[in-house]
Write a protein that binds this ligand. Structure first.
Ligand SMILES: NC(=O)C1=CN([C@@H]2O[C@H](COP(=O)(O)OP(=O)(O)OC[C@H]3O[C@@H](n4cnc5c(N)ncnc54)[C@H](O)[C@@H]3O)[C@@H](O)[C@H]2O)C=CC1
Ligand SMILES: O=C(O)CCC(=O)C(=O)O
Length: 366
């Protein structure tokens, strides 16, 4: 296990027999600040699969915080269970108790399979919760800025590919119509774009199909893996990670991949494979940082204008990554990792600067 978590700081297994909670919290790196990252609920087939997911997701958060320039580190949590049948208020209270036991080392909120209301229950046990509904003192639904960030990512990518930011007149293939994917799909239809969509949940498909009536763009529903081979301009993954892999790359007919899903590349080298196939990849953690920006903002004095400004900056950061990838002849994934590693290293050096809040522990008189 220690070899497996090499590069991570901490892995915490949370087991509560009374509520059936089985959760894992991973803290990857706290150089930039306390770990921050959402909580995903999935019916993982094995504990091993859950560990793999939480390790990959928490590492992504370290880079996401660095890229978005928020002073938090990388962490994430997963609950093993089916969000449609297994979630209870008591389970989230138990989860809150485990989060509290970390004493401010980890802040969490929603991700795939969980909602802000689940965390209203956890909030009764700990203040280390973000993405809280406005009526409970938070900034509300974090998937709204996440979807906005994806749209900025699409505009920047269109600018590079077509010389114009316009979203209309293009075709997008969207995988997953949940909290983020639905909002992106709706905006694209409103702007006059055509979309292919897929989701394993029929209700999600019906919801967007109903909304599409009367909007400028057209919608076409496809089944499962068909989404990888439709003739779209941009593939927009908004469901699971690992969807850019040896198999799917073969089928992709798109010019770019820009979506909200965390850990889209199954392995880092898949960024290079996309580049070799002439497909422009917008690194996921750059594009999907809107939610992080909003939830981190809750921990300062909340300020909506700041959230908007930082979310809008996703456009510029992505352009910078595209430029660095071009100038240094490296993939966009490598350029993004380098950009973030430089920021983390520079902070690590600043952390060695002595200040009065870092007094030696033996100085008991103060
Ligand atoms: N909610 C947020 O603010 C943020 C979300 N993300 C990432 O974006 C992705 C989507 O997140 P949410 O919209 O919040 O999740 P969600 O749980 O609200 O929606 C996910 C949707 O994907 C569908 N889905 C699951 N497996 C699928 C498959 N194999 N094929 C097609 N559809 C499938 C689900 O039925 C659901 O409708 C996740 O990877 C999440 O980690 C990243 C940053 C922030
Ligand atoms: O969006 C959130 O609620 C928290 C941030 C996060 O977990 C993510 O960006 O994946």
């Amino acid at each position: 296990m220690f070899e497996r978590i090499n590069g991570h700081e901490q892995l915490l297994f949370c087991n509560d027999e009374h509520t059936g909670l089985k959760a894992i919290i991973a803290i990857h790196n706290t150089t930039l600040g306390p770990a921050l990252g959402g909580c995903r609920m999935r019916p993982y087939k094995t504990t091993d699969e859950a560990i793999e997911d939480v390790l990959r997701l928490s590492k992504g958060m370290t880079y996401k915080c660095a890229a978005a320039d928020v002073d938090f580190g990388g962490g994430k949590s997963v609950i093993i269970g089916d969000p449609l049948t297994d979630r209870t208020p008591e389970m989230f209270r138990a989860f809150g108790q485990f989060v509290e036991s970390l004493n401010g080392r980890f802040y969490t909120g929603t991700d795939m399979g969980t909602t802000p209301n689940d965390f209203v229950h956890a909030l009764k046990e700990t203040n280390c919760i973000v993405g809280v509904p406005e009526e409970y003192g938070g900034n509300g639904d974090s998937s709204i800025p996440t979807a906005e960030g994806v749209l900025y990512g699409l505009k920047a990518t269109n600018n590079v590919l077509f010389g114009s930011e316009d979203l209309n007149g293009k075709t997008y293939s969207i995988q997953g119509l949940g909290k983020v994917g639905y909002k992106v799909a709706l905006q694209l239809l409103e702007s006059g774009a055509d979309i292919y969509v897929t989701d394993i949940n029929e209700k999600a498909i019906r919801q967007i199909a109903d909304q599409a009536e009367g909007l400028k763009g057209n919608i076409k529903v496809v089944e499962g893996d068909e989404i990888y081979s439709v003739p779209a301009d941009v593939f927009v993954p908004c469901a699971l990670g690992g969807v850019i892999n040896d198999e799917t790359i073969e089928h992709l007919k798109v010019k770019a991949v820009v979506g909200s899903a965390n850990n889209q590349l199954l392995r880092d080298e898949h960024g290079k494979f996309l580049q070799e196939r002439g497909i422009l990849y917008a690194p996921d953690y750059i594009v999907n940082a809107g939610g992080l920006i909003q939830v981190a903002d809750e921990l300062y004095t909340p300020n909506k204008a700041r959230v908007l400004a930082k979310t809008r900056a996703i456009y510029d950061t992505l352009m910078e990554i595209y430029t660095q990838s071009n100038e240094n002849s490296i993939s966009t994934a490598e350029a993004a990792n380098q950009f973030c590693n430089d920021r983390i290293e520079s902070r690590r050096k600043r952390n060695s600067f002595f200040s009065h809040d870092k007094r030696p522990k033996w100085n008991v008189r103060n």
